[in-house]
Design a protein. Structure first.
Ligand SMILES: [Zn+2]
Length: 475
């Protein structure tokens, strides 16, 4: 029997070799996850869940997936006994910002606490804390993230992540091409750059293209009375320049007329919900024409509301998996002297009001999903109240509350996220030949996505991590 298993393993290895996959350099390099229920979010119906399955990883890649009765476990190497556990592809957060930390001091343009913590100090913290922030992502089972806009040092951040094994894969955009200036965020390498003409847009895109971005990102802010057509022309110029270099165009556009203008201008990725009014048929048709990816970011606004009314409370997942420094800092409002608290925040603390998920955005998510537009899970992590790492579970829970079935939420967070990473041939599914990015869970995420937070082990690039050890190492 054992001999037969070894032959089977050899066959799988041979198949892998035929597909151009490097065979294992040594059996010690292998990992076998044995007896798990494997969830394939890209599949429909009963096929999405395969009980009693064994996954074999060799080096960085998956080499075998099949019934535990037929897939041989390599004689040496790591074995994870996953009976009674579930395995999903590594999660992807399609919308994060590493230049922001999630604390109160990270967006002085929104709420100014610079008299408590100068913005330069906050950004320096975020840069020096990157190795810890990378670990926080991995601990939450997030093996890939899209940083959809930040200073030019974002490109160095991506290089650092690539060199670091305890880090997610990172796709990146540089500074945002913006309709408005944002001087409070300008420390000499601003994350947001005001562009007033199509020529200036093309120039900035070319400067960014020199750094090989994964996206060009536009911050499409349109205020009543402004010339929408002229703004659309700027977005189109940026998009054309990006597309010529084979780079995708991501656009922040949160009102229906602006989102439609963004789509007409060539947007490939809408990084937020349409939040003002229900989407209409014209929007759906434009979105389908562009094969756009749609990232709802449902939690980011409630995140600000909780944090700025001093009612933010960590979830169980955040207690376990977030950066402990940031969780501690979320209580700072109670400690900051009252004369340093901006009046808008003081009013919110006095009268927090009900904090509810954005109703139109929830409804639009259902409409967009029903129209078969590709949904990508993304948090906008780094914004005030939306912490790197475990905020993915807040986001997925809201998507589920909006009426998206758990399996489809997982799809948005895996195979669709892989599209947002522009790496759908390598990540996002569990199959031989794919990179070994996986999460082993203690509970079934297909019955409720809340269970995706029950992380037992995380595997990235074939390496196995214990989430609690990752967090202990950054305390
Ligand atoms: Zn964002």
């Amino acid at each position: 029997m054992r001999f037969a298993r070894l032959i089977l393993y050899a066959l799988f290895a041979a198949t892998a070799a035929c597909a151009g996959i490097k065979p294992a350099p040594g059996a010690e390099d292998s990992v076998a996850i044995v007896g798990a229920t494997v969830i394939h979010p890209e599949r429909d119906g009963a096929k999405a869940s395969e009980p009693n399955t064994t996954i074999v990883i060799s080096g960085r890649r998956i080499v075998a997936v099949g019934p535990s009765s037929t897939v041989a476990v390599p004689p040496k190497g790591t074995v994870i006994d996953a009976r009674g556990k579930w395995v999903i592809p590594g999660l992807v957060d399609g919308h994060v910002h590493f230049f922001q930390s999630g604390n109160l001091y990270t967006r002085p343009d929104v709420v100014d606490f610079t008299r408590s913590v100068p913005y330069a100090k906050e950004v320096a913290r975020n840069q020096s804390r990157l190795p810890a922030t990378f670990k926080v992502w991995l601990a939450s089972g997030v093996t890939s993230v899209v940083d959809i806009g930040g200073p030019f040092w974002n490109f160095e951040m991506r290089d650092t992540a690539e060199r670091t094994s305890e880090a997610p894969r990172v796709a990146v955009a540089g500074p945002l091409i913006s309709m408005i200036a944002d001087p409070k965020l300008d420390l000499g390498d601003p994350p947001i750059i005001e562009i007033a003409s199509t020529e200036a847009a093309r120039d900035l895109v070319r400067r960014e293209l020199a750094r090989k971005p994964d996206y060009i990102k536009v911050w499409f802010i349109h205020r009543a009375g402004e010339d929408l057509a002229a703004q659309e022309a700027i977005v189109r110029a940026a998009g054309d320049e990006a597309h010529r270099a084979g780079v995708a165009l991501a656009v922040h556009a949160t009102e229906l007329i602006v989102a439609k203008a963004a789509l007409r201008a060539g947007a490939d990725y809408l990084v937020h919900s349409v939040m003002d009014v229900p989407v209409d048929e014209e929007f759906i048709a434009l979105a389908k024409k562009n094969r756009v990816l749609y990232c709802p970011t449902l939690f980011v606004i409630p995140g600000y509301q909780y944090a700025l009314s001093n009612t933010w409370q960590p979830t169980a997942a955040e207690m376990r998996l977030a950066d402990p420094q940031i969780v501690a800092a979320m209580g700072d409002l109670a400690r900051i002297p009252s004369d340093l608290i901006p009046p808008t925040v003081a009013r919110r603390i006095a009268e927090p009001g009900a904090i509810v998920p954005p109703e139109v955005a929830m409804r639009n998510l259902r409409s967009v999903a029903n129209a078969d537009i590709t949904i990508v899970m993304g948090t906008d992590a780094g914004n005030i109240g939306t912490l790197h790492g475990p905020s993915v579970f807040r986001e997925m829970t809201l998507m589920q509350q909006a009426g998206i079935p758990p399996l489809h939420v997982l799809r948005a967070a895996t195979i669709n996220g892989a599209q947002a990473m522009r790496r759908e041939k390598e990540i996002g599914t569990i199959a031989p030949g794919r990179l070994a990015d996986l999460v082993v869970l203690d509970a079934d995420p297909a019955t409720s996505v809340d269970n995706a937070s029950r992380v037992y082990r995380v595997i990235k690039d074939g390496r196995v991590y214990d989430p609690d050890e990752l967090i202990r190492s950054i305390r």
